[in-house]
Ligand binder design. Structure first.
Ligand SMILES: NC(=O)c1ccc[n+]([C@@H]2O[C@H](COP(=O)([O-])OP(=O)(O)OC[C@H]3O[C@@H](n4cnc5c(N)ncnc54)[C@H](OP(=O)(O)O)[C@@H]3O)[C@@H](O)[C@H]2O)c1
Length: 342
């Protein structure tokens, strides 16, 4: 028994990772299809030992699949997800197009798995923003223990978060510094090589960026609308792996020892926290991993119950493709959809 699965955006940074993870976790699949834009038609995509030929979204028959893993950007999702859902399959969408729709569940399986029961309302499930996913995965077990009041977070987001074009730009500019290529910014607003840019997505009227707004409203939808979230989102010249410095204030007693104990038991979290040279995780070490890593847990002595910590995760995996595949696993485990005979 298995599911018929289509990956839309299969040529992209997230789509390729989805293919790899579906195979790694041995998701029960009877048929798999790679789909992208017309220009990618016929491009070969690997799936385990198989080679798939990429198909054109305009010509693909979505009624023959059960699950669509969609990672082709917001505009494509706005144009296609509802139409696909109406044909029967459940769309798990990586873009921001549907995240705040009241009839679309926004899911991080370690945090709000029961929201999966709302999947059938529109046959669309939204995957949260990469920075939100790793943050709420860490906040959830702490919130259960001592009720979080306020979170101040600064992100250090890799260029992979801006897709393949973002990674190409960092590579080209890095070479250009040594006189071998183009260093004009195209994807980013300023030079990203050997620099950091305190600006991700568009500016909102209140001075926050849309990336920062997403971290606030998505945390409210997934975890708890009473938590105050104050984010600053920054792009850094790292290829893959987002880092976050998080300061958390609680209603009830919490300290570094209790937080460490709780996080050691938390699903999807790994604590690496030695107070010595290199006793913490940096983004380069989280690449290819499933867990969200937590380091530098320490007391914030300026408030009655507060801690600060450092958290790192592979944004193409837990921040996108892995979380989407885990949602598909949730659909399977909870029997929201039925597998068909292979
Ligand atoms: N990168 C991350 O860390 C991350 C994290 C969370 C969410 N996301 C979201 O995931 C989505 C994909 O991101 P990405 O980083 O993988 O981007 P990407 O590397 O630029 O890939 C984009 C994919 O979308 C496809 N596509 C573009 N226009 C299309 C169209 N009109 N019809 C069908 N397919 C089309 C592309 O196919 P062609 O090659 O044929 O153009 C490609 O496969 C975005 O919504 C992004 O916001 C990304």
């Amino acid at each position: 028994m298995g599911y018929r699965v289509a990956v839309v955006g299969a040529t992209g940074a997230v789509g390729r990772e989805m293919m790899t993870i579906l195979e790694e976790v041995k998701f029960p699949i009877s048929e798999i299809y790679a789909v992208a834009s017309r220009k990618s038609m016929g491009i070969e995509i690997s799936f385990g030992t198989k080679t798939l030929k990429c198909q054109d979204i305009e010509q693909f028959d979505f009624s023959k699949v059960d699950i669509v893993l969609m990672s082709a950007g917001g505009d494509v999702s706005k144009a296609w997800s509802e139409k696909i859902g109406a044909l029967g399959p459940i769309v798990i969408d990586n873009s921001s197009a549907w995240r705040m729709h009241p009839e679309v569940p926004l899911i991080v399986p370690e945090v709000n798995p029961d929201a999966v029961w709302d999947a059938k309302k529109k046959n669309i499930i939204a995957n949260p923003n990469c920075s939100t996913i790793q943050m709420v995965t860490v906040l959830k077990p702490l919130h259960d223990a001592a009720q979080i009041k306020r979170v101040v977070v600064s992100t250090y987001q890799s260029v992979a978060g801006a897709g393949k074009a973002g990674m190409d730009e960092l590579w080209d500019q890095t070479k250009a510094i040594y006189g071998m290529g183009d260093k004009e910014p195209k994807k980013f607003t300023k030079q990203i090589a050997f620099n950091v840019i305190p600006h991700i997505d568009v500016f909102m009227e209140d001075g926050y960026t849309k990336e920062e707004w997403k971290m606030i409203v998505e945390t409210h939808k997934i975890l708890d609308p009473t938590i105050d979230v104050v984010p600053t989102c920054v792009r850094v010249p790292v290829f893959v792996g987002h880092s976050e410095s998080i300061n958390i204030e609680f209603e009830s007693p919490m300290d570094e020892h209790l937080a460490r104990e709780i996080l050691r038991e938390a699903p999807g979290v790994a604590v690496v926290d030695k107070r010595e040279n290199g006793g913490y995780i940096s983004p380069i070490e989280c690449v290819g991993e499933f867990d969200t890593f937590v380091s530098r847990i320490r007391n914030d002595t300026t408030v009655p119950h507060g801690i600060s910590l450092w958290c790192v995760s592979d944004n193409l995996r837990k921040g996108a493709a892995l979380n989407a595949v885990q949602i598909a696993q949730l659909l399977d485990e909870r029997g929201v959809i039925a597998a068909v005979a292979a």
